[in-house]
Design a protein around this ligand. Structure first.
Ligand code: SIN
Length: 303
């Protein structure tokens, strides 16, 4: 059997398949379907300093080969997550990636600091949510803002720090380089791409927020291109996500330069998607005599 272990920023994951933030809650519901110890890790729902109810409904719409959401970072707040969710996840024998968000650099730093003495293995700083008026993608689309929030969090964060990047930036490679220069240990990408649907009968946007973030198989080629670009730009590890729905996508993402992958929207169409992707990946490695999954990382041979 191929070696499935990967190491990101000093954290060893038993395999490279991580459930993506915002599609897996804190893992409780999925744990009723399969042991979370099958996964490399779980990235928790983006957590803020205070609890948030999120945006008004409707906040989900279907699209060809995908969906758009405008959830608006609904979450129970960091104190609840530290008290109840992380301790529960710590009993599931999987890596815990604590995804954090905020309105200001100070907010992000305060949330990160509260995670220092918890069982979280890594902090994933979300500077790419397209559905909030303050913070989110506003930080992820400007090099200066991305650098400033990374600097603020790095000062207080004692966990490995991964920054989740926005595809809505015109210069994702520059943003990745900016957060690397401020001490990020890894980057993850892509978050969703801003999109819109309109109801023909009412002539109103389907989402109450007017716009939302597009995810699902439709975004995969964009994600792949951005992962390739970023992996060629920075030295820190890249975790690739965006529309991965089958094991072949995972192989492409690793070849493009990802050290691990996250599976998001696919969990909604098939709650066993992560498990199926993992077993397809294992079979591919064994069928092709590849000793370890890390051997795939960055091995695309561009023309
Ligand atoms: C949301 O809660 O609006 C989605 C999270 C994100 O896109 O970062």
């Amino acid at each position: 059997m191929a070696n499935m272990k990967v190491t990101i920023a000093g954290v060893e994951f038993r395999n490279p398949v991580i459930a993506a933030s915002g599609t897996f809650g804190f893992g409780r519901e999925y744990s009723e379907l399969y042991p979370l110890s099958n996964l490399g890790g779980v990235s928790c729902k983006g957590t803020t300093l205070e609890p948030r109810l999120g945006n008004p409904a409707p906040r989900i719409a279907e699209t060809p080969s995908g969906m758009i959401n405008s959830v608006g970072l609904q979450n129970p707040g960091i104190d609840f997550v530290v008290k109840y969710e992380i301790p529960w996840l710590a009993g599931q024998d999987t890596r815990i990636v604590a995804n954090i968000a905020g309105n200001t650099p100070e907010d992000y730093a305060a949330v990160a600091e509260k995670l220092n003495d918890t069982a979280a293995d890594m902090v994933e700083m979300n500077i790419s949510c397209p559905n909030v008026k303050h913070g989110g993608a506003a930080f992820g689309t400007s090099c200066d803002a991305a650098a400033a929030v990374t600097r603020a969090v790095r000062k207080v964060c004692r966990k490995p720090l991964m920054v989740k990047l926005s595809p809505n930036a015109s210069n994702i490679g520059d943003i990745a380089a900016a957060v690397e220069a401020e001490g990020a240990d890894a980057v993850s990408l892509i978050n969703t791409i801003t999109g819109m649907r309109i109801d023909l009968r009412t002539r109103r946007p389907i989402l109450k927020n007017n716009t939302g973030g597009l995810s699902g198989p439709a975004v995969f080629p964009v994600a792949l291109r951005m992962v390739w670009e970023v992996a060629n730009r920075v030295k820190i590890p890249v975790v690739g996500m965006g529309g991965i729905s089958k094991w072949e996508d995972a192989v492409e993402m690793l070849l493009a330069g990802a050290s691990a992958i996250q599976v998001g929207a696919a969990n909604f169409t098939d709650p066993y998607a992560c498990i199926k992707i993992l077993s397809g990946l294992e079979k591919y490695l064994d069928d092709n005599g590849i000793a370890g999954v890390s051997d795939l990382t960055g091995k695309v041979e561009p023309w």
